[in-house]
Design a protein around this ligand. Structure first.
Ligand code: T68
Length: 835
């Protein structure tokens, strides 16, 4: 009982405070004015939208904090198992709209702000995205936090508080330019906990001695210490008081301040050097997705974050005074990819070196605690760290890894006697020059469950990269949890009109808690009024996007044209190059037709968006070609509205919320077997857009749910990719004739200096076409023609759209989190009174 726990002298005031905060429109306005005038120290005389945003956030934050405190107390008293989600990335986007929805007072705020002279949409727009992530992996973590809180699970997220999130992208003369994203100027959603700090050790050396019982005691000494400071972010659940915690660590010099001695002796520069070096650890998010570059600072980030988080988790466990063997009954830790895998070693170190447990007992605890989620099969993305780097930075951890590996290989040896090759393949250490630590192997060996993120992907990891481990541990260690998305942000917030239309038919907003209720709308698929409104909503969303396009690019697009969207990180495996080659093909076809014939063509707007990693030359070339094609096509009088090509700058979560509801067709066209799941595919379909895609990732399960007639699938299958690649290298190989024409146009200079684009052409023509762009091109073009035809039958298209949305219930992150809870974490929701 929370109330009874408050000391008697404070209870009365505490109770009175529990009901504080606004209750209605007038109360809300009073709170906003109070925050403008006292918290922000500004006058209502010059309250602009930015100040209104700040004050509105502070008013909601006050409400949130009370629920947050109560939730944390409730969870502590319940003393039940907690799950900790360790992720180097949380791509949260904006918080205010979500807080208003989840607290359930958005209407009050809307009316209150209107009375104060503001439009709520404009106020929401003032917020800077929290962009502590690259793409799918980081956004998945954010959706999971939303579901964990909404389903009343006792859960914490742990991450890094980067001073700079993913860079802001500007397009200048068709090229990507990166601008730093400093987002912390005013952030009402975080709470510094200067009293929650952990000292983190790096470098140094290990000494070993034997104690009186003959046991070897290892001590890690020397090196340097950096301080981790906690910053907490409240995560409100939808339609529940549950408010969970996301704890982000920030790095600081251990001494706190700069070196006074150096400062006083006039050595100003060096006096701040230590401080700066320490702060560098959490300074910036690495901007690579699906690529591992093996940089020392990245390993430092990983250890810093993992060590601080584990110290915190262990400290909390120790307060309960339970025996160590109960640790896995109280704690589940999920590793979001291999980035936090050092946690496995760190927990073993804590248990063996600091707490004095036997190796076996400790290792049992460790492996029962961790679960590992894999997000990729791309070899260049699998993390490896050089042994010399490890030795230098984390000498004790390297020893422990060697010991873990030794015991593991001994067990493999027992199962597969004399199979030296098996041992070499599964070893945590790769015997290369220099030797490397394979983090995925360490994660598998240190966890009780390993999961992929869509069915095909989970099958692929079992048959390719982790095949040997299935033999070693048996198949039950490997499982699938198909990704999901939160319908709160990706339907209700992004598409309020569609959400309202759906609730008018399902009878309530309950589909936002149980997405399978969407099935009910299928009964209305022939209802004239319903269909009309369905189409009108899509059109209105397209009008809004068209305005944004006009404002940011100067290009006029016709909202009645088919909006064809591909927004995601730029990567060769995702094949934006195939899309733009297809656009060029369309352009050449249109140019070859007479004006009369052209009129029969379905008008299209091809919309691209996404960031290229700053060091990814080919991805930058793709962006440049898209812009170069746009510059020609958009100004060609012969073409007019028949084709427009748009590159939207700085794709991020808040832009996605506007773009996704406005799409007729979106592209999910990765080479089969390369995209682990994809999650934007789910977002687009949930918003009534159809998709063109390959048989890859979650596209396959989406097809199964919505029906083959409602999706445009094309291209080679994953099972054939290897043979085709082999044939490129050793057999006969010719480029698709339509693609040859596209290359010829580029080489003629149709889109400017051809040399700027030769990398993309020669990857296909001269370097083995690893991503099968040519092999899939014909099928892609043909399928795009089917799309045109289908779109011209507007009534048929609307039916497909409604059926698809109705059948998307499976793809909620609530379903996904419940699967993790049951199959991997073994936890149950905490009962919440007064819901
Ligand atoms: C994505 N991975 C998958 N990685 O590509 C996508 N990588 O198929 C899947 O839907 C999604 O994860 C969620 O499971 C990523 O986004 C990264 O961003 C990343 C970041 C750092 C290092 C490696």
């Amino acid at each position: 009982n929370v109330e009874a726990s408050i000391p008697e002298p404070q209870r009365k005031a505490w109770l009175a405070h529990q009901t504080s905060g606004f209750k209605d429109k007038d109360g809300f306005e009073t709170e906003v004015v109070r925050h403008v005038e006292t918290t922000l120290a500004r006058s209502m005389y010059n309250c602009d939208e930015q100040a209104a945003y700040s004050a509105c956030s502070l008013a909601f934050r006050d409400r949130l904090i009370l629920e947050w405190n109560r939730t944390q107390q409730r969870q502590t008293f319940a003393d039940s198992k907690r799950v900790y989600y360790l992720s180097l990335e949380f791509l949260m986007g904006r918080a205010l709209d979500n807080a208003m929805l989840n607290i359930g007072q958005k209407d009050v705020a809307k009316a209150g702000l209107a009375e104060l002279g503001f439009r709520i949409e404009d106020v929401i727009e003032q917020e800077h995205d929290a962009a502590l992530g690259n793409g799918g992996l980081g956004r998945l973590a954010a959706c999971f936090l939303d579901s964990l809180a909404s389903l009343n699970y006792s859960a914490w997220g742990y991450g890094l508080r980067y001073r700079y999130g993913i860079f802001k992208q500007e397009i200048i003369d068709g090229y990507q330019v990166e601008v730093p994203d400093y987002w912390l100027d005013f952030n009402p959603w975080e709470f510094p906990r200067h009293d929650v700090t952990v000292d983190i050790q790096f470098y140094g050396h290990v000494t070993k001695r034997t104690d009186d019982n003959g046991k070897t005691i290892a001590t890690w000494e020397g090196g340097e210490i950096v301080k981790a400071v906690a910053y907490d972010v409240p995560i409100p659940g939808y339609a529940t008081p549950s408010t969970n915690n996301l704890r982000l660590w920030s790095s600081k010099a251990a001494s706190g301040e700069f070196d006074f001695q150096k400062f006083n002796s006039g050595d100003y520069e060096n006096s701040v050097a230590d401080q700066q070096r320490a702060e560098t650890i959490s300074a910036v998010l690495y901007p690579n997705d699906n690529l591992d570059r093996g940089k020392e600072l990245r390993l430092k980030q990983q250890y810093f974050w993992v060590a601080a988080s584990l110290y915190d988790i262990v400290r909390r466990f120790k307060k309960s005074r339970r025996p160590w063997k109960e640790f896995p009954d109280q704690v589940a830790i999920q590793l979001n990819d291999t980035h936090p895998t050092l946690a496995v070693v760190e927990l073993q170190r804590i248990l063996v070196d600091l707490e004095g447990l036997d190796w076996e007992e400790a290792w049992n605890i460790v492996t029962n605690t961790f679960g590992y989620t894999n997000h990729t099969v791309l070899p260049e993305a699998l993390e490896k760290w050089s042994v010399p780097l490890f030795q230098h930075l984390l000498p004790r951890h390297l020893q422990l890894i060697y010991d873990i590996n030794l015991f593991f290989l001994q067990s493999v040896e027992r199962k597969f006697p004399k199979d030296r090759e098996m041992l070499a393949r599964v070893s945590i250490i790769e015997e290369s020059q220099p030797k490397m630590v394979r983090m995925a192997h360490l994660a598998i060996v240190g966890s009780h469950k390993v999961n992929g993120v869509a069915e095909l992907h989970s099958d692929l990891i079992k048959t390719t990269i982790f095949k040997d481990f299935v033999e070693v541990f048996g198949p039950d260690k490997f499982t699938n949890v198909t990704n999901g998305i939160t319908p709160r942000r990706w339907l209700h917030q992004a598409n309020p009109r569609l959400s309202e239309l759906i609730s008018s038919k399902t009878g309530s907003q309950n589909f936002l808690k149980d997405l399978t209720e969407l099935a009910k709308i299928e009964h209305y698929k022939d209802d004239k009024a319903f269909r009309k409104e369905w189409a009108e909503i899509k059109y209105a969303n397209k009008v809004r996007l068209a305005k944004h396009i006009k404002k940011t690019t100067g290009v006029d697009v016709n909202p009645s044209a088919l909006f064809d969207v591909q927004v995601k990180r730029i990567h060769e495996y995702k094949r934006q190059q195939m899309n733009i080659f297809g656009v060029i093909h369309r352009y050449l076809t249109l140019k070859s037709l007479s004006p009369e014939e052209r009129k029969k063509f379905q008008p299209r707007v091809s919309i691209f968006g996404g960031k290229a990693a700053p060091g990814y030359w080919m991805a930058k070339q793709i962006i440049h070609l898209i812009n170069a094609v746009g510059a020609v096509v958009n100004n060609d009088k012969d073409i007019g509205d028949l084709l427009k090509v748009i590159f939207l700058e700085d794709y991020n979560v808040s832009k996605a919320e506007m773009i996704i509801p406005a799409s007729d067709l979106s592209e999910h066209i990765s080479t089969a077997g390369t995209e682990a799941s994809g999650t934007s595919n789910m977002k687009f379909v949930l918003n009534g857009g159809l998709i063109i895609g390959t048989c890859d990732g979650a596209n396959i399960e989406i097809t199964r749910e919505i029906g083959e007639q409602n999706i445009f699938l094309f291209g080679n299958l994953a099972e054939d990719v290897e043979d085709i690649r082999h044939n490129h290298t050793y057999g006969s190989y010719t480029v698709d004739p339509d693609l040859v024409k596209v290359f010829e146009a580029i080489e003629k200079g149709t889109f400017g200096e051809p040399n700027d684009f030769m990398g993309m052409i020669s990857a296909v023509r001269d370097h083995g076409d690893f991503y099968l762009v040519s092999d899939d091109f014909h099928s892609y073009i043909e399928t795009q023609e089917l799309v045109d035809k289908a779109y011209r039958d507007q009534e048929g298209w609307i039916t497909k759209s409604i059926e698809s949305v109705a059948r998307m219930g499976f793809f909620s992150s609530d379903r996904c989190i419940n699967e993790y809870a049951e199959g991997i974490w073994n936890i149950e929701p905490l009962a919440v009174k007064d819901q």
